[in-house]
Design a protein around this ligand. Structure first.
Ligand SMILES: [Zn+2]
Length: 259
């Protein structure tokens, strides 16, 4: 393996971690805004309930006046009925009185209805106020949790940046430039491991002699994927023979020979 490749692999790993941390950090403003939005919405519920209560009280006043007006009118017709001269006029007045009394009854029903809904709105205002208290308390807990997470993420960022600086310092500047150029073109991934006989990033087939070169411990050449241009590396994932096993075999073979 090329002596610098080890640091590039380290760099790649820390770069991916940095992408993830920065992405996480970028979501914090939205998360905080969601908490604030919940509190605002709850406060608006109070405002809405209070407005409904106020207009219900206004309507109640109107209906109270309606009741009074129709009562007045009925009274007026009753007073007039003692003064009418003709039977027709008397009948007409009786009709008006009945009508006015009917309106009184209707206005009283509406008024009663308003009084009931008014009580309901009062209950809603109280419920909304209680809900806001709960939501604000929960929001406070959440704000603190989010802040703690944010601080932890900032610490992770600082650590990862230090690791990155270490890896960068271990490699010549032109190689870092080369790495950065490929990384920028390929969504932050400049390195591609060889999997089987292909590039793990784009899947294209890698020529066997390249794989052979990459597998050689003394190889000091860089190879790039012909399709995605990423820097190729080979990592041996196959578990080798357990180091203890052959020596035990040797010992037992030796002891067999001895006996
Ligand atoms: Zn590739």
């Amino acid at each position: 393996m090329h002596p610098h490749l080890k640091y590039l692999i380290e760099l790649q790993a820390v770069d991916l971690r940095l992408i993830e941390i920065r992405e996480r950090l970028s979501r914090f403003p939205k998360r905080l805004a969601e908490v604030e939005a919940r509190v605002t919405a709850a406060r608006q519920q109070i405002t809405a309930a209070k407005e409904a209560l106020t207009s219900s009280l206004k309507e109640r006043k109107t209906y109270e006046m309606d009741v009074e007006q129709w009562k007045e009118r009925a009274k007026k017709y009753r007073n007039q009925s003692s003064e009418v001269k003709t039977n027709e006029a008397y009948k007409a007045l009786q009709h008006e009185i009945q009508n006015a009394e009917g309106e009184v009854a209707k206005a009283e029903d509406r008024l009663l209805d308003r009084m009931v809904t008014g009580e309901e709105y009062e209950r809603q205002v109280k419920a909304a106020e209680a809900a806001v208290k709960e939501i604000e308390a929960a929001a406070n807990v959440e704000r603190h949790a989010i802040q703690a997470e944010y601080n932890a993420a900032q610490k992770e960022l600082a650590t990862a940046e230090a690791v990155r600086a270490g890896a960068v310092a271990a490699v010549p500047a032109d190689l870092i430039d080369h790495y950065e150029r490929i990384s920028k073109r390929h969504g932050g991934i400049a390195l591609a491991e060889v999997h089987g006989e292909g590039c793990s990033q784009c899947g294209v087939h890698i020529r066997p002699h390249v794989i052979q070169q990459l597998q050689r411990a003394e190889n000091e050449e860089f190879f790039h994927c012909e399709t995605c241009t990423r820097i190729l590396y080979y990592a041996d994932h196959t578990p080798g023979p357990a180091p203890a096993a052959p020596s035990t075999a040797e010992t037992s073979a030796a002891s067999t020979r001895d006996s």
